[in-house]
Design a protein around this ligand. Structure first.
Ligand code: HEM
Length: 340
């Protein structure tokens, strides 16, 4: 354990630390919103991008659109366009939240400039998340222009996870000198187990997006009003995804056992582990709900968001286990300050 009493890097760091947490929550909200867009079939609620039906604030009624709007926007998309106010506004709210999140990441990047001297990694990570978000926005436009091509949707999802990880890492480093690093009993074993869990959960998320792609194809064929029959048409991908969650659950129970035996109930590692196990259990429960209760629209965005919440928590747990390495730079800098 570090015997130095570490002081917070500076007061401005305090704003960054709170704001980056807020920004990460906003990214999660955006993932949830994206899930709602899909589960309500609102992806084409705005047929163009960045405007919506050629307007910055979309209409609430078809009478506000030109009489030949179907020809104008349908031609752009090589498909049919039917105005539906609810779907249009769900998609529009999603885009607004996207713009707001981009703005939050920009503010976080500006706030992280103060870290350049003490820990440049905080700045570069926050800046990378800003650039990746810009790329994500561009990809979002391609998702629309490709008429929701499955591979684009999957890439969009993976990039969202990368952005969350980069922000979480910047957040963790910014807490150097605020949170003390802890000694971790059974560290090598825990490290190996949690790395395995993160890897397998990411694999499970990829398998999930495959199921989702299969689901999109089924929906295209069968239409939105046959929810009860969708899952029976998914095939092997679904069974692999379902079985894989048993392995994931087993590993989490193993993790829970090790932590229960070796870590005090109030410790960060203990609390994080319990939160992760809770999120995985609820994730599996929503999966079962989707599969056997006729794919309720409400469960779809929850299943998607919880998957990213779980893997985000796992990543933070990994950082907590290795807090001595994550905070190493802070000790070095403070020693330099003392020597100067
Ligand atoms: C650790 C466990 C699990 C994780 C991390 C996970 C993750 C995911 C992810 C990321 C998706 C894609 C969602 C989207 O893109 O909208 C998905 C889809 C899906 N998952 Fe899971 N899943 C898990 C367990 C399960 C279980 C146990 C079942 C069923 C018994 C299940 C059934 C489904 C179904 C039916 C879909 C397609 C949903 C849709 O198209 O909206 N999942 N899963």
């Amino acid at each position: 354990m570090t015997s130095l009493e570490l002081k917070p890097i500076n007061k401005t760091g305090k704003f960054y630390r709170s704001f980056v947490v807020f920004t990460i929550l906003s990214v999660y909200l955006l993932i949830l919103a994206g899930g709602i867009v899909r589960s309500t079939g609102s992806g084409m609620g705005c047929p163009d991008w960045p405007k919506c039906f050629g307007m910055w604030i979309p209409p609430t009624d078809a009478s506000q659109l030109p009489a030949d709007y179907q020809t104008i926007f349908g031609a752009k998309l090589k498909g049919e366009v039917e105005f539906n106010a609810v779907k249009t506004w769900i998609e529009y709210a999603n885009r607004l939240l996207g713009a707001l999140t981009g703005l939050f990441i920009l503010v976080a990047t500006i706030a992280s400039v103060r870290y350049l001297r003490k820990d440049a990694v905080v700045f570069y990570c926050t800046l990378s998340s800003l650039l990746l978000t810009g790329f994500q926005g561009w990809l979002g436009s391609k998702v629309v222009s490709s008429e929701l091509s499955p591979s684009m949707v999957t890439l969009h999802m993976l990039l969202a996870i990368v952005i969350v990880f980069v922000l979480l890492y910047a957040m963790a480093r910014s807490y150097a000198g605020v949170v003390r690093d802890q000694e971790t009993p059974n560290k090598p074993l825990l490290n190996r187990l949690v790395v395995l869990i993160v890897g397998l959960t990411l694999t499970q998320i990829l398998l999930g997006t495959q199921v989702r792609e299969a689901m999109d194809e089924v929906i295209m064929k069968m239409g939105y009003n046959t929810r009860d029959a969708w899952v029976s048409q998914l095939g092997l991908k679904f069974y692999i995804h379902r079985s894989f969650s048993a392995l994931i659950l087993l590993l989490h129970l193993g993790l829970g056992y090790i932590v229960l035996k070796n870590h005090p109930a109030g410790s960060l590692i203990y609390k994080m582990t319990m939160a992760i196990i809770g999120s995985v259990v609820v994730e599996i429960a929503t999966g079962i709900t989707l599969a056997y209760l006729g794919v309720p629209a409400l469960a779809q965005p929850i299943h998607l968001t919880l998957a990213v919440v779980a893997v985000g928590l796992q990543f933070v747990l990994l950082l907590a286990i290795n807090s001595d390495r994550v905070f190493k730079h802070s000790v070095r800098h403070q020693l330099q300050d003392v020597l100067n």
